[in-house]
Design a binder for this molecule. Structure first.
Ligand SMILES: [Zn+2]
Length: 268
């Protein structure tokens, strides 16, 4: 069980204490992104699902097997892609169907909520873990725009923006605001939100089995140049069984690659 103060720190640490100095995060708020040149993508204009509109299914990385079933831009879509290039639209989106899943909770309040689809899938995921003898807790779920603003601004005040950007998503840029994502713990706490969580049974089990329940480990090891975040073995994202299984079968680690979207290593 996390003490209140601990859980606040844990929330913010969802983008983890980085194992090394963070070369990936664009250190300056205005630092141009050079990895991929995107002519006119304003930060406030969510890239409107380029994979869906611009690219024919046959010529792009998105699954040859799955058609574009769901929007990549609508935050209410299970395929919405939120990253440092793709804020939620609207920025202050809040899910209409937040519920508290019947799983072991390590938090209370809004952080114990998920959207209804994710909550139902989480209940099955946790039951699957339990039946394998793995202890799993819900460590952090939904986070409102207001909460994210307070968290992020706290980091900016204490460390400056460059450092804040390595520790906390900017308001409107967090997957936690969609209700489709949550962080797991194992009830122990020693490695919660720490790199060593990767070796804990809950993370090992989730990495191997989460796809069966429709979840992906959203920020895999060594793919931060694509996702914008260092490895977070605790952060799971619901995309549905079909897509998660397809990604697992094909060895595709990130949603950006799966849906043929540009890498988003830092804010634009
Ligand atoms: Zn998270």
């Amino acid at each position: 069980m996390l003490a209140a103060g601990v859980s606040i720190a844990a929330l913010a640490a969802c983008t983890p204490e980085t194992p090394v100095a963070s070369p990936a995060a664009a250190p300056s708020p205005s630092g141009p992104q050079t990895a991929t040149s995107t002519p006119a993508v304003a930060t406030t204009t969510a890239v409107p699902a380029p994979a869906a509109s611009a690219a024919p299914p046959s010529s792009t990385p998105p699954s040859g097997a799955l058609s574009q079933k769901y929007s990549l831009s609508d935050p209410a879509s299970q395929w919405v892609i939120v990253n440092k290039h793709r804020p939620l639209t609207p920025l202050q989106f809040a899910p209409a169907d937040l519920v508290q899943p019947r799983v072991e909770l390590a938090v209370s309040g809004e952080a114990s909520l998920l959207n209804s689809t994710t909550a139902a899938a989480a209940e099955k995921l946790f039951a699957g873990a339990a039946s394998a003898g793995v202890n799993m807790t819900l460590a952090s779920g939904y986070r409102s725009f207001q909460t994210q603003t307070a968290t992020y601004n706290g980091y900016v005040t204490s460390r400056g923006q460059a450092s804040a950007d390595t520790a906390s998503a900017r308001p409107g840029f967090s997957e936690h605001q969609t209700g489709w994502a949550f962080d797991i713990g194992d009830g122990g706490g020693a490695c919660s939100f720490q790199p060593c969580f990767a070796e804990q049974p809950a993370a090992v089990w989730a990495k191997a089995n989460a796809f069966k329940y429709g979840f992906v480990v959203r920020y895999p090891w060594m793919l931060h140049e694509i996702t914008g975040y260092y490895y977070e073995p605790w952060h799971l994202r619901f995309v549905g069984v079909e897509a998660a299984t397809d990604m697992a079968n094909r060895g595709i680690g990130t949603l950006e690659e799966y849906f043929g979207l540009e890498a988003a290593p830092g804010y634009l």
